[in-house]
Design a protein. Structure first.
Length: 110
């Protein structure tokens, strides 16, 4: 399913010629400018790690992964989803892990 979604997103991006930008891209930049990074708590449960946002002003972001690398990718994708940014615009969104504070990982525009 993820492959089909990614193909669809890339197809739409190619058709538009990059002349249109998703509204979520603008909203995410404004959000991080106003509120700063989004913090996540990581909780180990059985064979996976669950990440839950602790300061997202528009609700909660929750995702999981089997290891740190997969979880990092899933957190970035969950942030894109929260702002309704298609995965084909992930490079333009440039959401990255930017630090750690009080045992919580920070994600923001890098």
């Amino acid at each position: 399913m993820a492959i089909l979604k990614e193909l669809k997103d890339n197809f739409i991006k190619a058709i538009s010629g990059g002349s249109t930008v998703p509204r979520g891209l603008y909203e995410s930049r404004e959000y991080f400018r106003l509120y700063g990074p989004i913090y996540f708590e990581f909780i180990r449960k059985d064979s996976c790690i669950i990440a839950k946002s602790t300061n997202f002003h528009w609700g909660s972001i929750v995702t999981e992964g089997r290891n740190e690398k997969e979880l990092d990718k899933n957190v970035q994708d969950a942030i894109l989803t929260a702002f309704e940014i298609p995965s084909s615009y992930s490079k333009e969104a440039s959401i990255k892990k930017v630090g750690m504070r009080n045992k919580k990982k920070e994600y923001a525009i890098a």
